[in-house]
Design a protein around this ligand. Structure first.
Ligand code: PLP
Length: 471
């Protein structure tokens, strides 16, 4: 991260936390440059970035002022969820399919979609690299790139771990068809039908669908909207149950957007290790941070090989290429075997193209641009929610990713709202698809990963009106 981006991230944080309020004047460029010991041009660049994000505004001959105070954002939910902590069979697939179908229609405003806009990715450059690498593809790559996968790609992924301070060897990495396959293979490696698995509450519906398909029971653990799974609650659950795995998202959780602090990640890994429970860590959004560095995966605190770290390029570089990976620790062999016996290998051309793209550079530049766009869009969404939704609405303030979790007044029925919104050409993801107990009936997940324009703003205004009518 460049110096001006770090400075901008720090100021943005002060605005989000309310330390800098609406209308407050920022230090002059000269003051900031001398107090922060950076050049005036670094301060200028940071202020331009914040201005582009809509957080501050310049007033002629007077300086820069905060344009979006914490007080103009919707209030943030403060309480961890309180799910039923009994283990439950999962039966949500039908409802999820029904909802997801609607998010795929092109003429619908896709606030309920799980994907960011495909226009945010360097697809033309990737296509060029893909064409060149396919032309040079060694005929033997179909054999060489069988599971555990393309050696150059695994090396590039290991280099990225290294840059983030994690020592992962290429032979500890298994390439998969997207993160979802990585997660499923990890689940298969450590569970048998009838076992129980710990999940967050709310959690990513595909995690629940995987449990459902594998005949596993879900134990939902209270989860905080800002800091992720509640460890005191987890310890309590571990007294009552003998789960065979824990599946969670430590960074920018889907759907809450929560980010578990490092200390908590360390405690989580230690707590699970004391009970010898493997952690399946889904980290597909880790690269989409708005702060000054990539948040650490829980894997960084693993000393026993119990953390199975899974990620992919689907959310940050190449949606549709279906390339992901797992670093399954002591289960690497088991995961590789499951991969071989289920889908054999990931696509050789797609693996080679991604390896070539990562080698040639440009990924970090693309990521910087993507993070900036998402951060700007988040601010626009938040301001629109504050403007258009009725009192009693709360929204999370994720420090990365592209989802907002919105808690509506208690008597709003999110499933009904989903149907009403769809009739107006707007998709949303209703809360009950994120829970085995079908909870969160007054909550919705919104996707701010699509271009902010008049159509999106009108959709949020209509949605706010529908909510107001249901209160
Ligand atoms: C939290 C989470 N994990 C995993 C996935 C799946 O990732 P991939 O597309 O790489 O399989 C998604 C996609 O929506 C997701 O939101």
């Amino acid at each position: 991260m460049k110096l001006y981006e770090t400075l901008a991230a720090e100021i943005a944080q002060s605005i989000q936390d309310g330390v800098l309020g609406l209308g407050d004047r920022l230090p002059s460029v000269r003051q900031a440059s001398s107090s922060r010991e950076v050049s005036p041009s670094t301060v200028f660049q940071a202020y331009y970035l914040l201005e582009a994000r809509g957080l501050i505004r310049a007033r002629e001959r007077s300086g820069y002022y905060v344009a979006v105070g914490a007080q103009t954002l919707p209030p943030e939910p403060q309480q961890a969820s309180q799910p039923n902590e009994d283990s439950a069979t999962v039966d949500i697939s039908e409802r999820v399919f029904e909802v997801l179908e609607s998010a795929r229609m092109r003429d619908v405003v896709p606030l309920g979609s799980a994907f960011p806009s495909p226009l945010l990715f360097p697809l033309a450059r990737l296509a060029k690299v893909m064409a060149a690498s396919v032309q040079q593809l060694d005929p033997w790559s179909s054999v060489d790139d069988l599971t555990p996968g393309n050696p150059q790609l695994r090396r590039q992924i290991a280099l990225r771990y290294l840059a983030d301070g994690l020592h992962v060897q290429p032979d500890e990495i298994v390439i998969t068809n997207g993160a979802l396959e990585a997660l499923n293979l990890c689940l298969m490696a450590v569970t048998r039908p009838g076992d129980a698995v710990l999940v967050e509450s709310p959690t990513f519906y595909a995690a629940l669908q995987s449990l459902e398909r594998n005949g596993l029971r879900a134990i939902e653990v209270p989860t905080h909207p800002r800091e992720g799974m509640d460890l005191a609650a987890l310890a309590r659950v571990l007294e009552r149950h003998q789960p065979k795995a824990c599946w969670l998202m430590s960074n920018f959780q889907n759907p809450l957007g929560s980010l578990m602090p490092d200390e908590k990640k360390r405690d989580l890994v230690e707590l699970l290790a004391r009970h010898d429970i493997p952690l399946i860590e889904d980290d597909v959004y880790g690269e989409l941070y708005f702060g000054n560095k990539r948040p650490t995966p829980a894997k960084a605190f693993d000393t026993k090989g119990l953390v199975m770290h899974c990620s992919s390029f689907s959310k940050c570089l190449a949606p549709g290429y279906r390339v992901g990976w797992a670093v399954p620790g002591r289960y690497t062999r088991a995961v590789a075997r499951h991969k071989l016996t289920t889908t054999l290998a990931a696509s050789a051309p797609a693996q080679a193209a991604l390896a070539a793209y990562l080698e040639k550079g440009g990924y970090d530049r693309h990521l910087r641009q993507l993070r900036h766009t998402l951060a700007v869009q988040q601010t626009q969404f938040m301001a629109a929610i504050a403007r258009y939704f009725p009192e009693g609405t709360q929204a999370t303030r994720p420090k990365g990713g592209y989802f907002l979790w919105v808690e509506l007044p208690n008597n709003v029925d999110a499933l009904r709202l989903h149907r009403q919104a769809l009739a107006q050409g707007i998709s949303i993801a209703p809360g009950p698809i994120f829970s085995a107990h079908h909870g969160f009936s007054n909550c919705i997940r919104l996707n701010y990963g699509h271009t902010w324009d008049a159509r999106t703003e009108a959709a949020l205004a209509s949605l706010g009106q529908l909510v107001a009518q249901s209160v």
